[in-house]
Design a protein around this ligand. Structure first.
Ligand code: FE
Ligand code: CA
Length: 546
């Protein structure tokens, strides 16, 4: 696939700089910069000259587009959920992102939105185009499932309504399942909390030369502000959400961040939610009858999440949405993206404590997802089996080996030991090798091993766990425990003071991890550095620092 790899992606005119954004007080200023209303290509004009457009009829003359005075593309654009023949394109129209009378300051009318995909950034070689309806009932969000494209290629896309064009984003198709693939790069991150500072790491992500895909492991928004004013380096400008319109407002507010918009422009994202997209620490198997208030929040939050991300498939219905899914990347990797929230039971071990018994009756995946995952792991023929997961998988005594009883966070897999054992049994029973787990949630960088017997590091390694740092959620309160966690024999790296992403470069010989971090959350221009680099060799569990 390396033949198709693009050169270093040049910065594009109109793609923000931090300075230009800061120069404008309005929250939509960055977005406006991203979405210049370019002249030309108006309705009725055959759009694409002598190239591929001739084979692709222009659908615009069949539609009447509204003539907005200002751009409706204030929330950016995104691509996601790539397959070998396509991907999902997303945008949401919002003339006034933080309007409180109507979502996005839009009328109650559905709006036609033109979209196009090209092989080149000048859009001279169109490969797909169409008109999708931005439905008022879904906050004028647009989800286009593009199909029929060539595998393992980069493409450019944009949207248009009347005279207004969106920013240009990049998307790529995956190599076909089983196709020889020598190199693929994932950027793995989680947990962006607006008030904890800037999303500087997304700006670096946007400038990465060689990232194919972002895996976002949850906490895309936070539903309530941190009460610790010292950590509020910026402030939420929308109320803590309870209703659908309030969750929409929160998502829209986050989307006005220019660094987040830039990160989405770079490449497709595959996202899963954790708890804060809905409510801190919730367990999704709690029914409407058991907790009607919490259930109503979930129904609202799931719909708003779907409306704001490039997800495949129909929207959630009454708080039900199948988020778990897998991606096959040639013969190199199969990525299983989990949903450890929607189906989890309340852990009977509480939130934090000592030693949840191994036979405790708790379930973090639900039976259908567990069967899907264990079956998929057993049958995967890819070099690397990657588990994209919200919460830390390995046994993790938070205070250990000082004579006191170890404490565990039972929001993690430690609260669901029988679910964890079911996954590990699939690994044992089918001799699954090269099993990588990527996790988020703890706002810390980490690297560790999952051994056959968890606390006996002389037993075989069943999985290597990479804990991706947060984009910017702060965990500095955990700093006093850093050394103790590092002393856990199956932990190789741990830091709570860095933020950013784990760049995971997969090849057949090895999986390489570079932790790309910033440290100063209060500095929008924070410098990025490499915290550490690690290699997991083919056939050998565990990471070695390089
Ligand atoms: Fe978080
Ligand atoms: Ca979380």
């Amino acid at each position: 696939m390396s033949d198709d790899r693009d050169p270093v992606f040049p910065p594009r005119a109109g793609v923000l700089t931090r300075r230009s954004f800061l120069g404008h007080g309005a929250k939509v200023a960055g977005a406006a910069l991203l979405a210049p209303a370019l002249p030309g290509l108006l309705s009725g004009v055959a759009g694409c000259g002598d190239d591929g457009g001739g084979e692709l009829p222009d659908p615009r003359p069949d539609h009447t587009f509204p003539a907005y005075a200002t751009t409706p593309f204030t929330l950016g654009v995104a691509s996601g959920d790539p397959a070998a023949d396509g991907f999902v394109l997303w945008t949401r129209l919002a003339l006034d992102p933080l309007a409180t009378d109507t979502p996005g300051g839009m009328s109650a009318d559905d709006v036609p939105v033109y979209w196009e995909v090209a092989e080149d950034e000048a859009f001279e070689k169109l490969v797909a185009r169409g008109v999708e309806t931005a439905q008022a009932g879904y906050a004028h969000s647009v989800h286009v499932t593009v199909e029929g494209l060539r595998a393992d290629r980069w493409f450019f896309y944009r949207f248009e309504v009347g005279a207004h064009r969106s920013a240009v984003g990049r998307a790529r198709t995956l190599p076909k399942a089983g196709a020889s693939t020598d190199h693929f790069v994932l950027a793995v991150t989680s947990c962006q909390r607006y008030e904890h500072g800037y999303f500087a790491s997304h700006r670096y992500l946007a400038a990465e030369a060689d990232v194919d895909l972002v895996l976002f492991l949850g906490d895309y928004i936070y539903e309530y502000p941190d009460s610790d004013e010292e950590r509020n380096l910026r402030h939420d400008l929308t109320p803590s959400p309870r209703t659908l319109d309030e969750y929409r407002l929160r998502h829209a507010f986050y989307k006005t961040d220019p660094d987040l918009q830039a990160g989405h422009l770079r490449c497709p994202w595959v996202t899963i939610w954790d708890d804060h997209e809905v409510e801190n620490g919730y367990a999704g198997s709690v029914t409407a009858a058991e907790n009607p208030t919490s259930f109503a929040r979930r129904v609202a939050a799931y719909q708003a999440y779907w409306e704001h991300l490039p997800l495949r498939g129909a929207p959630p219905v009454e708080g039900v949405f199948q988020l778990y899914r897998d991606l096959v990347i040639g013969d190199l990797a199969q990525v299983f993206m989990l949903d450890t929230r929607q189906y989890r039971t309340v852990s009977p071990c509480g939130q934090i404590g000592s030693e949840c018994p191994a036979n405790v009756d708790s379930d973090i995946l639900g039976p259908a997802q567990e069967a899907w995952l264990t079956g998929g792991l057993a049958s995967s023929t890819a070099r690397w089996k990657v588990l994209g997961n919200q919460v830390v998988f390995a046994e993790m005594p938070l205070v250990a080996f000082d004579g006191a009883a170890p404490l565990y966070n039972y929001d993690q897999w430690d609260g669901y030991p029988s679910s964890r054992e079911a996954v590990l049994n699939a690994i044992r029973d089918h001799d699954v090798d090269n099993f990588l787990i990527v996790s988020g949630d703890v706002h810390s960088l980490g690297m560790g091993r999952v051994h056959d017997t968890a606390d006996d590091v002389t037993t075989p390694i069943l999985a290597t766990e990479i804990v991706a740092p947060s984009v910017n959620s702060d965990a500095s309160r955990v700093a006093p425990f850093e050394e103790r966690i590092l002393a856990v024999p199956w932990v190789d790296a741990f830091s709570v003071t860095v933020h950013g992403y784990a760049r995971l470069t997969l090849s057949h010989a090895e999986a390489r991890v570079d932790f790309m971090v910033v440290t100063d959350l209060g500095d929008p221009d924070a410098e990025q550095s490499v915290h550490s680099s690690w290699v997991i060799a083919d056939g050998v569990g565990g990471a070695v620092q390089v």
